[in-house]
Design a protein around this ligand. Structure first.
Ligand code: FE2
Ligand code: FE2
Length: 384
């Protein structure tokens, strides 16, 4: 790894940051830390006991808990790890956004314009490994966050459900790590700088509902859309099934966030809701920045600032994939009342970054039933 200096990260104004082309330095930061094994974050939340043991007091959460218990799967026995992954075929049936590939290859201003065939093929492999590495790190974020929810949420039905999610997230970390390790030559990348900052912020916060908002609504909402895109575009059978099963769980997790927070946000003041709107938007910006693959550019010797600027300049009509990442987040924020609370600050911000058009797409409070691929496979097996 070269020792090029990483730009500093100053506190930023959310509204300016969304549109300010001068902030390239911050957006182009990458994670230079490839050697440390642990990372400690202060967790400022109180652990809460509840003496109210009435199971089913919150019926939708109880229903989710019962569903979670019967939809468990085993990453070691329900996936066929004997499948040989043909990396060339995997890359040929591109798992990348075709519009972006075309923009990178054909635009005369592209920093990649002099890439050789070999470099293009390396870029495909690096990007794929980077994407799955980030999925895996995000899954560990979810593992820690849901353990925190078990501790901090005051309702017994939510503690029960969150406990099942801890198991789900352990399984997700396990299967992504195993896929990277056994099929892609190893875990190639540390956590992306911007994803890492977001995970730290969520763990660090003392308000228990912020763990839900940051993880269940924002990070997992985006993951559900990103896994869906990769599941549709890949033909590799092991990865396809792995993603189908992970998505079954993720849909439940996002539903858990929506169903829990709806109750909490109904009783909040405008000032409290505004703090949540700002947190949600800051998370949205971090996630937009996290998809720019800064670590890949740095490793491949491409000027990271130049590449980030080039990506930010991508014409709107080509940004279909980047926008689709918000297709679950925006309707769920609307369902929670966060879009229009107060003076509609979050609606304005989502309009600024071009994702407001998803507001009336299906929210995830019931979608988990449709996405339960584990149950569908079991029914099909029983019918045979
Ligand atoms: Fe997960
Ligand atoms: Fe999850």
């Amino acid at each position: 790894m070269t020792t090029t200096e990483n730009p500093s990260n100053e506190a930023f104004d959310l509204v300016d940051y969304a549109n300010d082309p001068e902030r390239i330095g911050e957006i182009s930061m990458w994670n230079p830390d490839v050697s440390s094994l642990v990372h400690a974050v202060e967790d400022n939340c109180d652990a809460i006991f509840t003496w109210g043991y009435d199971k089913g007091e919150r019926k939708p959460l109880d229903k989710l808990y019962e569903k979670a218990k019967t939809s468990q799967w085993n990453g070691q026995t329900d996936l066929d790890w004997s499948i040989e992954v043909d990396l060339e075929a995997l890359m040929a049936n591109s798992v990348r956004d075709p519009m972006e590939v075309q923009y990178f290859e054909e635009n005369p201003d592209s920093p990649l314009r002099n890439f050789s065939e070999k470099e293009w093929s390396q870029l495909g492999m690096e990007s794929f490994n980077w994407s799955l590495s980030q999925f895996m790190h995000g899954e560990q974020g979810a593992l820690l966050c849901t353990a925190k929810i078990v501790e901090s949420v005051p309702w017994i039905d939510a503690k029960y459900y969150a406990a099942t999610q801890v198991v789900d997230e352990a399984r997700h970390v396990e299967v992504f790590a195993q896929y990277l390790d056994t099929k892609l030559g190893g875990i190639g990348y540390p956590v992306n700088h911007h994803l890492g900052l977001l995970l730290d912020d969520i763990i660090n916060d003392s308000r228990w509902d912020i763990t839900y908002l940051g993880m269940q609504i924002m990070v997992e909402g985006l993951a559900l859309a990103a896994f869906g895109f990769m599941h549709q575009t890949t033909q590799e059978p092991l990865l396809k099934k792995l993603l189908r099963y992970v998505m079954s769980d993720e849909a439940r997790h996002v539903a858990f966030g929506v169903l829990s927070l709806k109750e909490v946000y109904e009783d909040m003041t405008h000032a409290e809701l505004r703090e949540r709107q700002e947190f949600a938007f800051e998370a949205a910006l971090r996630m937009r920045d996290r998809f720019m693959r800064q670590e890949v550019w740095h490793r491949m010797g491409v000027d990271t600032e130049e590449m980030v600027k080039f990506q930010l300049d991508m014409p709107d009509e080509l940004r279909v994939f980047q926008r689709m990442l918000f297709s679950k987040i925006v309707p769920n924020c609307k369902k929670l009342g966060l879009l229009d609370a107060g003076d509609g600050w979050l609606r304005d911000r989502f309009t600024d970054i071009g994702v407001i058009q998803f507001e009336d797409w299906v929210d995830t409070s019931e979608e988990f039933l449709e996405l339960d691929e584990v149950a569908k496979d079991r029914e099909a097996a029983e019918a045979n």
